[in-house]
Design a binder for this molecule. Sequence first.
Ligand SMILES: Cc1cc2nc3c(=O)[nH]c(=O)nc-3n(C[C@H](O)[C@H](O)[C@H](O)COP(=O)(O)OP(=O)(O)OC[C@H]3O[C@@H](n4cnc5c(N)ncnc54)[C@H](O)[C@@H]3O)c2cc1C
Ligand code: SF4
Length: 471
Amino acid sequence: MLEFHKKNQQNPDKTEPEKRIKDFQEIYRQFDQNTSIEQSSRCSQCGVPFCQIHCPLNNNIPDWLRYIAEGRLKEAYEISTSTNAFPEVCGRVCPQDRLCEGNCVVEQAGFGAITIGNLEKYLTEVAWEKGWIKKINSSSPNNQKIAIIGSGPAGMAAASYLVKQGYQVDVFEKNDRAGGLMIYGIPNFKLDKSVVERRTEWLSESGVKFHLKKEVGKNISFQELEKDYDAILVATGVYKARQLDIETKNIENSLPALDFLIESNRVGLGDTPSKNKFLDAKDKHVVVIGGGDTAMDCVRTAIRQKAKEVTCLYRRNKENMPGSAREVLNAEQEGVKFNWLSVPSKIISQDKSASSLAYKVAALGEADETGRRKPIDTGVEKQIKSDLIIQALGFEPEDLNQHFGTDLELTSWNTIKVDFKKFQTSNPKVFAAGDIVRGASLVVWAIHDGREVAKSIHQFLENKLVKKKAS
Ligand SMILES: Cc1cc2nc3c(=O)[nH]c(=O)nc-3n(C[C@H](O)[C@H](O)[C@H](O)COP(=O)(O)OP(=O)(O)OC[C@H]3O[C@@H](n4cnc5c(N)ncnc54)[C@H](O)[C@@H]3O)c2cc1C
Ligand code: SF4
């Protein structure tokens, strides 16, 4: 260990931009054994591991890095999986530069962070290859039943812990595939769908029952679940797209980001392409509005669909973008243009079809409540040719109470109100986790919530049993 001053930081090879834009394959390759040993041995094994503190799952990173460096991969994997239900997913999609790696002491000292995410991915892929990931055997099966609404990372992580505790776990999912945004939001070039499908199969083999195309509030009522199950977990995510301040209604070639990404992911999974020609960027001048990771996913998808030109329009500058710096760099390398400090002002259209987008050039003023500097109008207006406009401005919760016919207490942001220690809602039998309690967040936080809510549900049901026996 402590080799950071002798061995340079190394990341796995990345497919060249001109090659990778020809398909939707993951762009990062995987470490081999020698490189993983070398890179793990750079860890300084600090007494206060800031990487661990800044990992939402509080993964015991220094310990599993030491075991990788010593070639004790099985033990390393056991430590890694003891806190993380899906480490191979986090290794691929966590914004490590803001979490574990960004806070690594070796990084702070100027030697370049330990490449934790890629090592986590390597370790878990080895565990799959070697057959160390076995179907979950429940410790003591019982006949209590739990309904999980939503099969995203929060629902799937919770299911893995609850089935292990012996509960009968039924996951209700409105879509035709399980995985939530890991399947229909995040593109393949960041997270191959087979990685998610492998986990769904693993859960099914372990006894979790997935009920696909079952929308709670439509195909089955919330009240039926309340009657039939001992506890309910709401893990439905947030899907209401934030709107632009300008008129976009009735413009058929202006769409929300998720419509575009879902279609691309569906086609990648082998589904028949939709008849809506605006869901394909081929030969178009595409303008994506927004500066977060969803915007980066859209621009990079449009490039792969062979758009004529792809521009990202963002109202602040590069330094004040909310998205991951790694994803912006990947987009730039792939040929995406960025118009910083640009605020859309009007869609120029004819017969319901946009031909260009007018935008105001902004300057940066004082910092707002998020700490990022606010754009101010400079009075200069410009136009950009655009025959496909994609709006990637973030997501908000839908009105779940109306959909479910419930009266769960909500926050002022319309997320479900929970006590963050127990993830219990105002109805004691109903728990909630993931984006529906946090607002649009990260996969790793959803996995964290799935783990913590499973403990809380278990405790709730144990207490119920004790009370029943005592009465
Ligand atoms: C385009 C995009 C890219 C992203 N990229 C990243 C990234 O690179 N890294 C990262 O960490 N995070 C990323 N995120 C965020 C991350 O995907 C989410 O934070 C995470 O998936 C939230 O998990 P969840 O389980 O709470 O909800 P979701 O993943 O949204 O899953 C909720 C599930 O509930 C289902 N559902 C909803 N209502 C019902 C109902 N009434 N009945 C039955 N089922 C229902 C939905 O169909 C869905 O399958 C991205 C998000 C988007 C949109
Ligand atoms: S889960 Fe995410 S934040 Fe935690 S160690 Fe892995 S990559 Fe880093």
